[in-house]
Design a protein. Sequence first.
Length: 241
Amino acid sequence: MIVLFTDYGLQGPYIGQVKAVLHLHAQDKKVIDLIADAPRQNPKASAYLLSALIQDFPEGTIFFCVVDPAVGIFKDEPVVMKIDKRWYVGPDNGLFDIVARRAIHMECWKINWRPKKLSASFHGRDLYAPVCAMIANGLDIPGEKIKWQNRYNWPDDLNEIIYIDNFGNCMTGFRAEKVSKMAVLKAGKTKFSQANTFAEVSKGQPFWYENSNGLIEIAVNQGSAEKILCLAVGKEIKIDI
């Protein structure tokens, strides 16, 4: 399958145009909308989110990954990465740093192929989607193999908000397994403890829990942690491990 991980948003034509290219070149392959509201123009937060969301996908899955604020100028090389038997296609701007760092086996190719028509602002449609289709069809990778290195020295776990859902629940880039359930978190001046689920705390009470992807998430029972705690993507959370 081909899995879409982007910050394009669901409104507008962008996801539809990418899917049209994938359908044109790989008609028999399933295309899964994983997320279209990854942290906008934020490869750092998106890198931790991507690492958390890939775990249940089977070997051979192809991830179309585009969070690319520098699109059009090729500041960041377009790459194909094979990481623990899954494929990742997108810009080498840090987006794959956390997935690769936690991997057992990793290979990387710089994409040299260019389509006849390549817009300055939509490499997802014009470059990355066709390359995903090539891989899905078992064709040779259109590039040269390179020795890949992490772009940034980001921490293994990130004590910042990386994603906020429609309920106002705030996901961090910190794996819950690295923290004691007795840990107290602090956002601004507000401290809060762990609970297993929403029903364990009173209405309006903030708490943290291990979400379904294994990350520390901050929530308010029947309320919005984003609004009540004044949280935003990039906001630091203090963790008393």
